[in-house]
Design a protein. Sequence first.
Lengths: 344, 455
Amino acid sequence: MPDLLPDLTQPAGWLPLVFALVMALSLLAYVVLDGYDLGVGLLLRRGQDAAQKDAMVASIGPFWDANETWLVLGVGVLLVAFPRAHGAILGALYLPVALMLLGLMLRGVAFDFRVKARAAHRPLWDRAFGLGSLLASAAQGYMLGAWITGFQSDAWSHLFSALIGLCLVAAYRLLGASWLILKTEGALQLQAVAWARGSLWLTAAGIGAISLATPLVSPRIFDKWFSFPELVLLLPIPVMTLVLFATIARSLARLPVRLQQGNQYGAAVPFACTVGILLLAFYGLAYSLFPWLVVDQMTLWQAASAPEALQVIFYGVVVVVPVIIGYTAFAYWVFRGKSTALHY
Amino acid sequence: MDSLDPLLLARLQFAANISFHILFPSISIALGWVLLYFKTRFVATRQAHWMDAYQFWVKVFALTFALGVVSGVTMSFQFGTNWPGFMNTVGNVAGPLLAYEVLTAFFLEATMLGIMLFGRERVSERVHTIATFLVAAGTTASAFWILALNSWMHTPAGFEMIDGQAHVTSWWEVVFNPSFPYRLTHMLIASGLTVAFLLAGLSAYRWLRQDRGADVRAALRTGVRVAAVLIPVQIAVGDLHGLNTLEHQPAKIAAMEGIWETQRGAPAVLFALPDAATQSNKFEIAIPGLASFYLTHDWGGEIRGIKSFGNQHPPVATVFWSFRVMVGVGLLMLAVGWLAAWQMRRGQEPRIWMARVLVAMTFSGWVALLAGWITTEVGRQPWLVYGVLTTAQAASAVPPASIALTLALYAVLYTLLLVAYVTVLFHLAAKAGGGALNRLPDAATKPALTGVAHA
């Protein structure tokens, strides 16, 4: 492994590493932020009436657009900082990428069309909203699976990818339900607790399955985890994940009683813990795959653009990203608390 | 499926995506500034109709913006999947420009849009106006970066080729490459005109339905005046852009003009069917010497013909005809814009037939824009980056069947969305007038002075 690492004191060494970090954090931000949007979209068809569906959409209305932009940044960094990997990865994932894009398009436009088209068409656009969210979520999970297995085309790899697709759908659903618990009130909030409970076990089963399957699929990942002393040092990851799952389960069991008494205490717990689980899963994945962009074929240094081009973007990132985080925080602060009906 | 040409499919797919995409930014760029104009008029005058106009058009903006975002996300993936050779060869130039677009424009407009649409009751009037300004500034910044890249692909500058890869020697020369000022101006005014006719068209539609409140008349007036002012400017800028193209891409000009033989005193071809097989025009109607005059400002000036470029020239008929469509629509806009502005001088109402013409011209900006887009992009062929990289060299090895399948899916979805978009805009316009029967024209409101500073 050490022979894969170049001299990190040189720009050609540290710049690609910085951009890999920016890309990874953008994609993580995307999964967490658009994850709850997609999750609410997945749950939309379960909304009991038009008013409840409106309230669900209202909870994500001011945010989804900016949330989706993190995907553009993540893929944009892949494109501009690691052009060779962009072609290789997205070329190999051509069809799932297209399905994801179709899904994101349906979801994004349904957002506006459902309230602007004639009333008779609204159920149709609601269905497009849900279908788009499902398509995008499943395709993203499938792509993640295919990427982990290095784009092998045997049946087991496809099955593994499909499993991760299912798992990500469950995780987004959990995230969406937790978001609704955080942002809504009344009957919908109680509904969301039940939805979260349903998604919780599927997500846990999925993450467990992936944790078992990934080392089996890749001997290299097996060696990275199951050797001494790495195993001991890495042990906190699965342990903390278990603790977080247990915390969510306990919170979901207690919330209905509390919420019925008008007590919102702990309504943020499921969302915060779900984000925590995603962070841990992300960290574990990053540990497994570093420094490969295309597993066993292309490291992030081999895929990187010329240092002078990266340098130019680096200045932009250093100056602009803190500003982006600043006004994003401002927007979340403006729309803090329980969401209100959207009208303009 | 082996008979399918992967290069042609990849080009068709990319053309479908980028053509569909450009429709929406072309509206949101200028409409953002129009919204800011409505908002600042309201803040300055406290006349409610400016806010009514804002609230109708912000709905149009939100829908347009959503379509622009989702189709734009698609583009960010297709740069790599359809044209891996593009990033491998000129990634050091294109990468930073695209990165700066995402960093300085996309997040800004997407985040501020939330506050602009839904935050009016949660923030102060001032912050809401600032958010409206930042959305407009974001869309324009986005146009700045992407047109810098697009212009660079036409007139590359400020780089050197080392081992088959472009390396930047001067970022200033890359961004402000020779065709950039002309292309950016031409595009921003095109956006202004597209929005002017959209404003005028939808407002005329409401006006014809007896929905004649002060807000509708203000929007109608704004649209017509902006159109009347911008169209002659656009024609002048287009002429300058053409002269710039003649200097840097003479093959494109030869194709636009349908001139096969290098000659002095070249004619302006009004109508012809360019024939690639015989390398000549059929049924040509032309005015002798005129093309030389407007291209070189000399009746006897020499124009290089298509034949002199060997096989390094674009498909002539496509470029020739799309150019004529653009100019034709532009002239129609000039006639309609000026006539409507004349009819509506000093606060007068337009004639009924003029209102109908304006409704028919609602999306005329799109027609001119797409025709101009095809002229310039097809006119660049066979190059992707002029003189540096051909389109064929940049193509990917994705199986043609995959491209064909996804192309079909995109085509179906885009058609549906386009139909839905146009239908919903007119539906919104009709619905907005639902309460108009109770609302008399506000005679007390003086026709507000409309300006074009923000358009």
